[in-house]
Design a binder for this molecule. Sequence first.
Ligand SMILES: C[S@@+](CC[C@H](N)C(=O)[O-])C[C@H]1O[C@@H](n2cnc3c(N)ncnc32)[C@H](O)[C@@H]1O
Length: 267
Amino acid sequence: MIGADQDPAALARTRKRLAPYRGRFELLHESFRYLPDRLKERGDKAFDGILLDLGLSSDQLADASRGFSFARPGPLDMRMDPRTPRTAASIVNGSEEKTLRAILREFGEEPHAARISRAIVRERGKAPIETTDRLAQIVVAAVPPARLGDRTHPATRTFQALRIAVNDELAALEEALDGIPELLAPGGRLAVISFHSLEDRIVKQRLRAWEGACTCPPRLPVCRCGARARVRLLARRATRPSPAELAANPRSRSARLRAAERLVEAA
Ligand SMILES: C[S@@+](CC[C@H](N)C(=O)[O-])C[C@H]1O[C@@H](n2cnc3c(N)ncnc32)[C@H](O)[C@@H]1O
């Protein structure tokens, strides 16, 4: 078994947890975007199973010093990998207003992206925004009062957007998926657990493409895209947590699992 995480703290915890199995696994400090190439270079391929458990861990969220949570005062960091040059603070204090607006819109699907980015630019003019609690207060003050009664905190989408931008999460997922079919043995399975619709959309579209769905424009009389089936989907729809899972693990509520099996005859 080979495990990878870009967060060294996650690797340290995992190494401890898997101590009874020492010698039977290897852990790599690596973004999964580079993993397919790294594994192929080493001659590792034909995996029976690949699991991508995406996003943020509860440990990362709970650690105030990592800056992921609007509910925990801490530095506005949000890097999963400490080697990443950009922090959330550097994006918040150094990006043009239109870039901030695009980040909030694209990665947070934030309907009040314009108001929030305007407020950020105004407030950072007074003093740089360096902490999670100050940013959360700025967002709360910027959104329309009606939003304050929502079930989710008004800063949820802003924090999600910045985290995705800092860690370049969507591009990393696309790049990892690019290399995965070749890593699977015939009959090997890929399972991906995603936690928001942006990730799930990427996974769903990619699995459909591997399934061989033709992507030619409908007006073409014959297929020109060379669609060929490489996998079969293990379920057409995403699997959601059961009521029992939700009761035992409420943080699973946004999880969606999609899985596919590499076809035996695939080239
Ligand atoms: C939902 S948690 C998974 C927790 C893990 N299954 C466990 O039991 O400890 C997501 C993990 O993925 C890691 N991660 C997110 N994006 C990554 C990437 N591009 N490359 C490597 N690890 C990544 C995060 O650092 C985090 O530890």
